[in-house]
Design a protein around this ligand. Structure first.
Ligand SMILES: [Zn+2]
Length: 164
């Protein structure tokens, strides 16, 4: 009815719930693999897609794992198959940035082909995990004059740590 309700909806869409334990495990793992990028998948139940229920760690099969990441395709296939049977879905991915920057790169944006997919980025350096950023890629039906493709941008999400 009023503007308040829609405002609330908009904010809710930007919230992602994640257990502190799971988040800590991912951060530790990313720190451990420095200076290489670590990667994996974020899984939620179909009923509550904004709450990360578990993660699947994948092998980074990129040729230059210090510069980029590529999730092991076998892990993708296996996970797609598993979630179909468990009533879950792959709602996002995570990877680390060994340069210590938690912002998505232009490469990340170019590769974010699935609208509304979550992207968790963990910044790491030689001392460990620094910061994390959770983003949702938005594809908007506006043709970009340069690329001729739909506009896409990362929307920052509020990461709410909640133990479940
Ligand atoms: Zn990246």
């Amino acid at each position: 009815m009023g503007g308040q309700g829609s405002e609330q909806n908009r904010q809710n869409q930007n919230r992602v719930y994640f257990s502190a334990r799971l988040h800590g495990e991912i951060r530790d793992l990313c720190a451990l693999h420095w200076p290489e990028e670590t990667c994996g998948l974020l899984i939620a139940s179909n009923a509550v897609p904004d709450r990360i229920q578990r993660v699947v760690v994948a092998r980074n099969v990129a040729d230059e794992p210090q510069k980029t990441f590529e999730i092991d395709p076998q892990t993708l296939i296996d996970t797609h198959r598993t979630v179909r049977e468990t009533g879950e879905e792959i709602v996002g991915c995570f990877h680390s940035h060994p340069n210590g920057n938690a912002l998505p790169s232009n490469t990340d944006r170019d590769r974010a082909d699935e609208h509304a997919f979550l992207w968790l980025i963990v910044a790491t350096n030689h001392t460990g995990a620094l910061a994390s950023g959770m983003y949702r890629i938005m594809h908007q039906k506006m043709i970009d004059a340069d690329s001729g493709e739909n506009i896409r941008y990362f929307q920052r999400c509020k990461l709410i740590e909640q133990d479940i």
